[in-house]
Design a protein. Structure first.
Length: 108
């Protein structure tokens, strides 16, 4: 899906290390931090993070962003629980480096 929107494969793979990747600007990192905070079990959106969102985006944009992240989270959990496989919207054999990063993250 991302590549159909003009996002490079390199940038999609770099999502694994978005915090340090030079491919993402400060606004993208803020959005990805928000998505991670909403998604990762045991994390919350801190007041400080929410204040940074409010400084960058208007209320309608924050609501839309929150809706998209929440929808993707719900959809992912729904599909996983019902054993619904990937629809193959984006497939690539990950590079060995990408696999290593995934494994490292899953072991945290």
């Amino acid at each position: 899906m991302g590549s159909a929107l003009g996002i490079s494969e390199e940038k999609l793979i770099a999502l694994l290390e978005w915090e340090n990747s030079p491919l993402f600007d400060d606004t993208e990192r803020l959005v990805l931090e928000y998505a991670d905070s909403m998604t990762v079990t045991g994390r919350e959106v801190s007041d400080e993070l929410f204040a940074r969102l409010q400084a960058q985006f208007d209320a309608d944009t924050i609501v839309e962003l929150t809706e998209i992240v929440a929808w993707e989270n719900a959809s992912s959990k729904f599909n996983r629980a019902l054993r619904i496989p990937s629809q193959g919207l984006w497939q690539r054999t990950p590079a060995p480096r990408a696999i290593a990063l995934l494994l490292r993250r899953s072991n945290r």
